[in-house]
Ligand binder design. Structure first.
Ligand code: NDP
Ligand code: N5H
Length: 258
């Protein structure tokens, strides 16, 4: 734990919807390493769920705040609140994405302008919007981690608009890493393999996607929230101090297959 140097660090976790959320896996790994957590959530619908989950983290007196990333005012208010309560932050985990259901099936070519703008706003621009404000609180340097998926690098059936959004997110990681590096802030992404979360719910063929990974991925199994959480902990920690602008696949090796 000494090597990690995460104990007592203030880390913002955005995107816990419920206990299946990847953000929750990240929160648990960070909590176990002794970080002080600050949770943000979108709709008030989820506020209680985040409060109930945070209460299960022993000895953790987490700050919990609303933050709809489509609103600059909301982001500004949220981080002003964080600044008032803790002063400095050392890390931020961005675990947020959205696309309308109709844009996650059929042909990408049929994507509407409204659907495109909404998905790119929430899934890609939000990282930049948040980094712009969060960097002001990272006065001792910091680490920003976001979540991406293989469908941003290559065509994956039905990922469609989200693939284009993840490609924009991946490029944002590279540009942000260059902008913020001089301030000692690192920016990286984790490309997670499929995990059954609320977002993945109702997606046709999810079971067959999980089965294909089990049969073909080098490790012949799927990955867990805990494995993504531990990689996020590594990226937040001093162990990764020389790494920025990078994408780490936590996908049982599936990405190596042609
Ligand atoms: P969850 O459904 O648990 O989390 C998605 C989160 O996005 C929710 O907390 C949701 O909050 C939030 N969100 C959506 N719109 C907004 C908004 N306007 N402002 C703030 N938050 C918003 O799913 P996951 O844990 O699966 O997703 C987390 C990340 O992981 C996403 O970036 C996803 O693309 C990525 N990922 C997931 C994989 C998987 O297989 N599950 C694989 C690879 C990457 P709310 O409900 O309040 O809107
Ligand atoms: C190839 C696949 C399967 C097909 C594509 C799935 C893409 C999912 C990502 C987006 C974020 C899901 C999404 O926006 C769902 C919403 O339309 C409806 N759901 C909601 O509104 C719920 C209530 C809230 C909590 O969800 C959000 N996001 O706000 C990819 C899969 C194998 C892997 C995967 C699931 C990737 C990923 O990026 O999440």
């Amino acid at each position: 734990m000494e090597l990690l140097n995460v104990k007592g660090k203030n880390i913002v976790v955005m995107g816990v919807a419920n206990q299946r959320s990847i953000a929750w896996g990240i929160a648990r790994s960070l909590h176990n390493a002794g970080a002080n957590l600050i949770f943000t959530y979108a709709g008030e619908r989820l506020g209680q769920s985040v409060r109930d989950l945070a209460a299960t983290l022993e000895g953790q007196n987490a700050i919990i705040l609303p933050c709809d990333v489509t609103s600059d005012e909301d982001i500004a208010r949220c981080f002003a609140d964080i600044k008032e309560q803790v002063g400095t932050i050392h890390g931020l985990a961005h675990c947020i994405a959205f696309a309308n259901k109709e844009d996650l099936k059929g042909g990408y070519v049929d994507t509407s302008r409204e659907g495109f703008v909404l998905s790119l706003d929430i899934s890609a621009y939000s990282l930049t919007a948040v980094a712009k404000v969060a960097k002001e609180l990272m006065t001792d340097g910091g680490s920003i981690v976001t979540l991406t998926y293989l469908g941003g690098e290559r065509v994956v059936k039905n990922y469609n608009l989200m693939g284009v959004a993840k490609a924009a997110l991946d490029a944002s990681v590279r540009y942000l890493s260059n902008d913020l590096g001089a301030q000692g802030i690192r920016v990286n992404s984790i490309s997670a393999g499929p995990i059954r979360t609320l977002s993945a719910k109702g997606i046709g063929e999810f079971n067959s996607i999980l089965k294909e990974i089990e049969e073909k991925a080098p490790l012949r199994r799927n990955v867990t929230q805990e494995e993504v959480g531990d990689t996020a902990l590594f990226l937040m920690s001093d162990l990764s101090r020389g790494i920025t602008g990078e994408n780490i696949h936590v996908d049982a090796g599936y990405h190596v297959l042609g």
